[in-house]
Write a protein that binds this ligand. Structure first.
Ligand code: PMT
Length: 400
């Protein structure tokens, strides 16, 4: 519940403005006070009356409007806000914010506020990946501005790719985490692995898998927001490192093994959500392998080290080890075997065949298994799954 909290929500002129209506509605259901500021362009997409009805307050658009009781509105909203949430945040808004441009009600309020700022970017993939936007994003992140999303998927312009505004549920969760931060992981050092690994075949080909890194990054972000000191060892993914998290980038399973084993000793908790390749090519060709017309191609693969097992063998008292099990059959049985063989304290069983679970999705459906039993979770956002994992880790540590 967010009673007593005040969110000033900026709505900018992107087609995802319709999703902002649900964000306001969800915040209100949590008893949060919401003031909406719209840009002129946003009013072309959604009528201000919609936000007035949902928020129960007049919508601010014009800096010079005199219909309200006398106060310098952008300053008073800037002071009142416990959080400024901009959803959707267009490339234009991000560019203005990064340069400190204040030319309308929303940007003047943003410049004046001391409250945390959370952006939910939404734009075409080309605009999102443009060097200018990415440079603005880096500047905003360095300045301590929080970002939720964007997700990848089908965009209103017909393209498919990164740039879709996160779902309202995820935006509200991110807002809640900033408004009511739990600090129950304060003082813990945690290491999270995320993403796929890539095993070279030759200079132009490789073996990999479908891991997007979303699950591991959500776990790292949740831990950071709850006060832990977080190292994220990540395979190649297109996600931004969560704010305040130290990222170590790796490519192959051997590199992941190296990065994790040299850091595991000093960690209180390790959560291994990465999907490392179990095999690598015995001899990586230095030149592109030429096909022999009509001839089959044979690659000799050798086994990669099992990193979770190696960490389990080095486990020291007081450490909590969490692994994942990505399974397509006999999910609970196979996960239970991995819990034992890798000397884990907790395993997150992941049936990757279920719609809305596993690779690439924003949601997951998992069962948490430890030596006391199993807890099946419903379909949740990966961020919610992350919090469930941390809650269970804390229960296990307090029972020790
Ligand atoms: O990244 P996303 O797109 O969000 O997808 C999330 C996910 C499906 C990758 C994630 O939820 C997940 O299930 N991760 C584990 C993937 C995996 O490798 O599962 P596994 O059952 O093969 O491995 C079991 C455990 O051993 C895992 O903790 C894994 O990190 C670890 N492992 C595996 C192989 C290896 N050589 N070394 C390891 O340490």
């Amino acid at each position: 519940m967010l009673s007593g909290k005040h969110v000033v929500m900026g709505v900018t002129g992107g087609i995802a403005a319709y999703k902002a209506c649900e964000v306001v509605s969800r915040l209100k259901k949590l008893h949060c006070e919401v003031d909406v500021i719209m840009t002129e362009n946003a009013t072309r997409l959604v009528a201000p009356l919609t936000f007035e009805t949902l928020s129960g307050r007049p919508v601010c658009i014009d800096t010079f409007s005199r219909t309200e009781s006398w106060d310098v509105k952008h300053i008073s909203l800037a002071h009142k806000a416990d959080l400024m949430l901009i959803a959707p945040a267009t490339a234009n808004l991000m560019a203005k914010l990064s340069c400190g441009i204040a030319d309308d009600m929303l940007t003047t309020t943003l410049l004046a506020t001391k409250a945390p700022i959370l952006l939910a970017p939404a734009m075409n993939t080309g605009m999102w990946t443009a060097e200018a936007t990415q440079e603005n994003l880096r500047r905003l992140l360095n300045r301590g501005i929080h970002i939720v999303g964007p997700d990848s998927g089908f965009l209103a312009c017909g393209d498919t790719g990164a740039g879709r505004m996160s779902e309202p549920e995820a935006v509200v969760e991110a807002a809640q985490a900033l408004l009511l931060p739990r600090r129950d992981l304060e003082g813990l050092r945690v290491l999270v692995t995320a993403g796929p690994t890539v095993e070279r075949i030759d200079p132009v080909r490789y073996l990999t898998n479908d891991s997007s890194g979303k699950m591991g990054y959500a776990i790292a972000e949740a831990a950071r927001l709850r006060g832990a000191s977080v190292t994220l060892v990540s395979g190649p993914v297109s996600l931004q490192a969560p704010q305040g998290v130290e990222r170590v980038s790796v490519i192959s399973t051997m590199e992941l093994y190296q990065a994790v084993t040299e850091r595991c000793e000093m960690q209180d908790v390790l959560v291994q959500a990465a999907a490392p390749a179990d095999f690598r090519v015995e001899t990586v060709a230095t030149q592109k392998i030429k096909k022999q017309a009509g001839q089959p191609m044979t690659l000799t693969l050798v086994e990669n080290p099992d990193i979770a097992k190696a960490v389990g063998e080095r486990k020291r008292p007081g450490q909590t080890l969490v692994g994942f099990a990505a399974e397509t059959q006999n999910v609970l049985e196979n996960a239970g075997k991995k819990l034992e063989s890798k000397r884990l304290d907790l395993i997150v069983a992941n049936d990757v065949t279920m719609p809305g679970a596993g690779f690439g999705t924003d949601t997951n459906i998992v069962t948490l298994i430890d030596r006391n039993g199993a807890k099946a979770l419903p379909k949740l956002s990966k961020r919610q799954v992350a919090d469930e994992i941390w809650d269970q880790v804390l229960r296990l540590r307090s029972a020790e």
